[in-house]
Design a protein around this ligand. Structure first.
Ligand code: CP
Length: 307
């Protein structure tokens, strides 16, 4: 696995290996790779969790980290992403973890044959993919249940702007989960029909194993959409209220990639409720990212389905 840009491009076996490695790191059962690497983190979009947990993962692996602030980098002088990355390769960076608002930013770069191009990790591309979040989500579900086949997973909210929803819908469907979607009709991408049914949030709530809530992405909404958005209406229609929480099965879990709009997607005091795994997801993110980074230098093959 030279680059880690889209979890759905990996075979089911490779994804399973990454989940197992993530849990092994968490449980102290996996040794650190022998070879160390130099990693640069470059986030063109804001991040707390992904950026800091990649840094923590790099530190736990014993690797060196350079954090580059795009606002003070020469991208501001018009330097292309390709030249920025090859510059980092030239100074000895092995891996670049990069987030950008452009969908598929990595595609032309991974096709470049230059030996200067470092290995690339997609830390989020527009509303495309968020593969490291997807892996930590899978890890969290697997840690809870030990399997995916037959689990009912409902993804709720701002589906069309969410790279988390897009990453997870396909992979969870492939792993045998029954996926359903709920949220405002205007934010439902119809191509999600291939992965699961679009339903009312309250339908079969007592049958759901995982309720995965999504952040309302105000930064990706048009100005008029933001203007007419009502917190109270959204929370009542699509949010996790106490009434809905009480309808969930005892062993159901609630997930959210965060940051959470408290009182919008989920009632403020439910963020840390018994069924919530939101902070567990964040903790798991470090181990999932350790597994991703170490897989990039491991000799065993993480075969890709497509590129
Ligand atoms: N879940 C997630 O990607 O959070 P950040 O934007 O804080 O990295």
């Amino acid at each position: 696995m030279r680059n880690f840009v889209n979890l759905n491009q990996l075979s089911t076996q490779a994804i399973t290996s990454l989940i197992v490695a993530s849990l092994a790191y968490k449980n102290g059962e996996k040794g650190l790779p022998q070879m160390t690497q130099h990693v640069a983190n470059l986030f063109f979009e804001n991040s707390t969790r992904t950026a800091s947990s990649f840094q923590m993962a790099e530190s736990k692996l014993g690797w060196s980290t350079i954090n580059i602030n795009p606002a003070t980098s020469s991208t501001q002088k018009g330097e292309s992403l390709s030249d920025t990355l090859k510059t980092l390769g030239a100074i000895g960076v092995d891996v670049v973890v990069l987030r950008h608002s452009i969908n598929d930013w990595y595609r032309p770069l991974i096709e470049e044959q230059s030996p200067l191009m470092p290995k690339l990790v997609n830390a989020g591309d527009g509303n495309g993919q968020h593969p490291s979040q997807s892996l930590l989500d899978l890890m969290t579900i697997y840690e809870q249940f030990g399997y995916f086949e037959g689990l009912h997973i409902r993804i709720v909210g701002d589906l069309s702007h969410s790279r988390v929803a897009r990453s997870n819908a396909e992979i969870l469907n492939r792993l045998g989960a029954t996926v359903s979607f709920a949220g405002p009709a205007d934010w439902y991408p119809t191509d999600f029909d291939q992965y699961g049914n679009y339903q009312a949030i309250d339908e079969d709530l007592n049958d759901i194993d995982v309720l995965m809530l999504l952040r309302v992405q105000h930064e990706r909404l048009a100005a008029d959409e933001n203007q007419k958005f009502s917190i109270d209406e959204y929370h009542e229609q699509f949010g996790l209220t106490h009434e809905r929480y009480n309808q969930l099965k005892d062993d159901a879990i609630i997930m959210h990639p965060a940051p959470v709009n408290r009182g919008v997607e989920i009632a403020d005091d439910l963020v840390e409720a018994d069924k919530a795994r939101i902070f567990t997801q964040m903790a798991n993110g470090v181990y999932a990212r350790m597994a991703i980074l170490s897989a990039m230098i491991e000799e065993k093959s993480y075969d890709t389905i497509t590129n």
